[in-house]
Design a protein around this ligand. Structure first.
Ligand code: ADP
Length: 475
């Protein structure tokens, strides 16, 4: 059952990038705003308290010699205060009665019964005391200082300047402007990031969809270039992969053609031999002629079987399964036998095939059939790619505890740029394509030598021939 509701519509990279930046900016801006607002209001309130402290000291000094408190009315100059300042002062007698009070605004309702004639007992503080009272109707904080004078009277001074609100307003406006700028910057940054990151990705995506739609495996015309190194690498590897796939597909097509050709010829020969034998009644074919034809058919079948075996071997090697029937055997004898098999072929092209093997035995621990197959492939190539009247030299020797087999020829050689590709499945050099072949032999040789713990190397140059070196651990 499909859960349709669970499938979410994907959004573009730009949306995610911009939204995540915005979220980060918003959280940071809010935190910064809260911290700054706190610092501002704390410092504004501290200013108010400083004012109150100096006012209280001044008024207390005046009241020291004025028992009735009448001088206070002369000293308190409310008209000099800015209109935005809330200010209140009162003097409580020793009995708790309000002796003097004044405020700006005049009708100011002080929380906690400021206007009552008799102050509540809670306000009659015995010592120097601070209170902070929030005034909801003014949306401000009021600082109140109660000072007990030496004669027992209590002086209360309260003040709240507009400093806190003004500064908070400035902060709010600045923060909003900053946030708007940050949003614009985020959008700009998102667009820029999108341009530099998405361009190569779009190029790769376009290539992919073209490959899927047309089935032609080719990279785009221009290389992926981005200021982001990871995307450059991605583009480079994508192009390489596409090129490799294109080479592989072409090689597979060539291989199919070759396989078809390689099978069509022996099949046609088998069919015409059988047809000829069936139709040849007058005069009837001799027993020897029939045997010769059957031998030809068997040989063609063997060749076709060998080609199939090569293909299957490659499959097995690619899956990492190459079964070796290991045993100790004499490589000198094997080399001589295989070289002997190719003597006739070499002779047909007037190629001198020389063998140089050590005296006695050179034992190795391996699969004689597989190693013979590898050796046969190497000598077969040497004969195939050496023009008439050339030279092939096969040498087997002991070298540093190893068996070193060298197959040198004076053939067409391998172009320098192809050296790294020799041994790759289906690879054939351009200069070798006039000869029949599937491009499988060298990969089989390499896999067999590798499976025996040995190594395959070569030196080669076009026109001056090739030398293949097989090193195997000897016993
Ligand atoms: P095939 O011979 O069927 O093409 P191989 O796998 O045996 O396939 O060889 C791969 C390629 O290596 C050949 O197509 C040829 O280009 C190159 N090569 C191998 N051996 C030789 C050689 N002795 N001289 C020149 N080129 C060679």
């Amino acid at each position: 059952m499909f859960l349709m509701g669970a499938v979410k519509k994907p959004h573009s990279f730009f949306t995610y990038l911009s939204l995540s930046y915005l979220a980060v900016y918003a959280v940071c801006a809010l935190l910064l705003y809260l911290i700054t607002a706190h610092v501002i209001s704390e410092s504004a309130r501290a200013f108010d308290r400083d004012d109150i402290r100096s006012d209280s000291l001044e008024y207390a000094e005046i009241l020291r010699g004025n028992a009735s408190g009448s001088w206070l009315a002369e000293e308190v100059a409310l008209e000099h205060l800015p209109a935005s300042t809330i200010f209140a002062i009162r003097l409580l007698g020793t009995d708790g009665n309000v002796v003097y009070s004044a405020s700006q605004p005049t009708n100011f309702a002080f929380p906690g019964g400021w206007n009552s004639r008799k102050a509540p007992a809670s306000n009659l503080v015995p010592k120097d005391n601070w209170r902070e009272i929030y005034l909801p109707e003014y949306k401000r904080h009021l600082q109140l200082r109660s000072t007990r004078l030496p004669d027992g009277r209590v002086l209360q001074v309260a003040k709240s300047t507009a400093r806190e609100n003004t500064q908070e307003g400035i902060l709010l406006r600045t923060s909003l402007a900053f946030f708007l700028l940050a949003c614009l910057f985020t959008l700009g940054n998102g667009l820029w990031m999108m341009a530099i990151t998405l361009r190569p990705i779009k190029r790769v995506t376009a290539d992919m969809s073209r490959i899927i739609e047309t089935g032609t495996c080719e990279a785009g015309d221009f290389p992926v270039s981005s200021r982001i190194s990871e995307l450059n690498t991605l583009g480079r590897y994508f192009d390489l992969m596409v090129q490799k796939n294109a080479t592989l597909i072409k090689a597979m097509k060539d291989t199919l053609d070759n396989v078809a050709h390689d099978f069509r010829t022996p099949l046609a020969r088998i069919r015409s031999a059988a047809e000829f034998a069936l139709n040849a009644r007058e005069p009837p074919l001799s027993h020897d002629a029939l045997l010769g034809m059957l031998a030809g058919i068997i040989e063609d079948c063997d060749n076709a079987k060998l080609q199939l075996q090569n293909l299957m071997d490659i499959r097995a090697m690619e899956s990492g399964f190459l079964n070796l029937d290991r045993q100790r055997f004499d490589l000198v004898k094997t080399v001589a036998e295989i070289a002997d098999l190719y003597a006739v072929l070499a002779e047909d092209k007037n190629i001198a095939l020389n063998i140089d093997v050590p005296e006695g035995q050179l034992s190795v621990d391996g699969d004689p059939l597989r190693l013979s197959q590898a050796l046969a492939n190497l000598i077969d190539n040497a004969v195939k790619y050496t023009p008439r009247d050339g030279n092939i030299q096969i040498t087997l020797e002991r070298a540093h505890g190893e068996a070193l087999l060298t197959i040198g020829d004076t053939g067409i050689g391998i172009p320098e740029e192809d050296h790294a590709l020799i041994g790759q499945r289906l690879f054939r050099s351009r200069n070798a394509r006039s000869e029949k072949g599937l491009g499988l032999g060298m990969s089989i040789v390499k896999a067999i030598v590798d499976a025996h713990g040995g190594s395959l190397t070569f030196t080669s140059a076009p026109g001056s021939g090739s030398r293949f070196f097989v090193r195997l651990p000897s016993c």
